[in-house]
Write a protein that binds this ligand. Structure first.
Ligand code: FES
Length: 399
């Protein structure tokens, strides 16, 4: 019997499995992301959902989601994120939370907060929900509402206070970019005022809608440096027992790629609203793949046997410069989706790596962003049905 079955969900269990994963075996899918729906009341300009999400409107039924959670847990999954779109739009969310809790998952609700009420918070607590992550677009009403094309700032404030009042540990997530990086101090103060445990200052990664909007969203180096300084000052002021601040420099500004998803098919399993199983949320855009669907395959077969999950495991698939690179055990060649978006070939080295022959493309985009922001409103693609339909014909590929 494995440790997982002996003591499922414990920290020791989780890290034992993570160590297995690091050794490169076909380890368990420790992190399960259940993208319950692509529907969302917000229209964020940096949303990572597919830009042709209108072509993906089918959703799994409750019984199938419950089977997915059960099978993934049996395979060793320990952490479960309910995400979307906006997961609160699913009427069976309560049932799924209850089921996940009984299976022994550590559960996290990843939400905009819109649709959360005192009654739902109460019920989720009773059913065993462990954690809530609420997103804000900015600390100011004007920018928050402009970036999501909604009037939701005040509602989010109310609901974030209610989350804390109900005793949940809370992560506040704010996606950072050119249009809000200068507000970093206000954002940190907002989080402190709400009493959150963990502030995730997530510099934009350029997938989905963010990739469409990159010309408007890539910040200047000066903005990033100032923001990093402010974060460092707050970390010092808050000390080790204060609110935790996570600030990751956007990888367009790095010379080495991130070990995306901790390696393809190593620890992360994402299930899309229609049941398509993916090694990362952005992977369904990759051409030449037939990712398996949970309606026709078991989670064990998907994880262990499918081409979609095996294609970029290990390093046999790597071309130069990754194949002989001294960093390949650490970064796994970077991000497959970024390689596709920028170079048109997912098996290329991640172009944020300065060893990539395509690195110049990223440098050009970053350099273009150093120009002063024009006074007029930047051209922005909002995530909405009209844009989705427009962008889905033809499909968005390398540009
Ligand atoms: Fe898909 Fe990095 S986002 S592999």
């Amino acid at each position: 019997m494995s440790n997982a079955s002996a003591n499922p969900g414990s920290a020791a269990d989780f890290f034992a499995k993570a160590q297995l994963a690091a050794r490169g075996t076909t380890s368990p899918p420790l992190w399960l992301l259940a993208e319950l729906t692509y529907r969302c009341p917000l229209h964020c300009v940096f949303c990572y959902n597919p830009v042709n999400y209108k072509s993906n409107t089918n959703e799994l039924d409750t019984a199938t989601w419950k089977r997915v959670l059960t099978e993934a847990r049996q395979l060793g999954a320990a952490q479960l994120g309910f995400s979307g779109g906006e997961p609160l739009l699913r009427e069976d969310l309560d049932e799924l939370i209850g089921h996940a809790h009984q299976l022994g998952y550590y559960t996290n609700l990843i939400t905009s907060g819109i649709g959360l009420t005192e009654a739902r918070l109460e019920n989720f607590k009773r059913l065993g929900l462990d954690h809530i992550q609420v997103s804000f677009q900015d600390a100011t009403q004007a920018v928050n509402d402009a970036l999501s094309d909604t009037k939701t700032f005040e509602k989010k404030l109310r609901i974030a206070k209610a989350v804390k009042a109900h005793g949940y540990p809370m992560v506040l997530n704010v996606v950072l970019h050119k249009l809000n990086l200068d507000h970093i101090e206000n954002i940190i103060e907002l989080a402190l005022g709400l009493g959150v445990e963990y502030l995730e200052l997530a510099n934009t990664q350029y997938y989905g809608w963010a990739f469409q909007n990159k010309a408007a969203l890539i910040p200047t180096r000066e903005q990033l440096e100032k923001a990093e300084q402010v974060v460092a000052q707050y970390r010092e002021k808050l000390g080790p027992s204060g609110m935790k601040l996570l600030f990751v420099v956007p990888d367009y500004f790095e010379g080495r790629p991130k070990p995306c998803m901790a390696g393809w098919g190593k620890v992360f399993l994402s299930i899309s609203p229609d049941g398509t199983a993916l090694p990362c949320q952005a992977a369904r855009q990759l051409p030449g793949f037939e990712f398996p669907n949970v309606q026709t395959h078991t989670i064990a077969d998907i994880w262990q046997k499918s081409d979609g999950f095996n294609r970029y495991r290990g390093d046999a698939w790597m071309k130069e410069p990754c194949r002989t690179c001294e960093h390949k055990e650490k970064d796994f060649g970077g991000c497959r989706c970024q390689a596709f978006l920028v170079t048109g070939d997912a098996s290329n080295a991640d172009p944020v790596c300065d060893k990539s022959p395509h690195h110049d493309t990223v440098i050009q985009w970053v350099n273009a962003a150093q120009q002063p922001t024009p006074e007029e409103k930047p051209v922005i693609w909002y995530r909405n049905d009209q844009n989705s339909l427009k962008l889905s014909v033809p499909p968005v590929g390398a540009t």
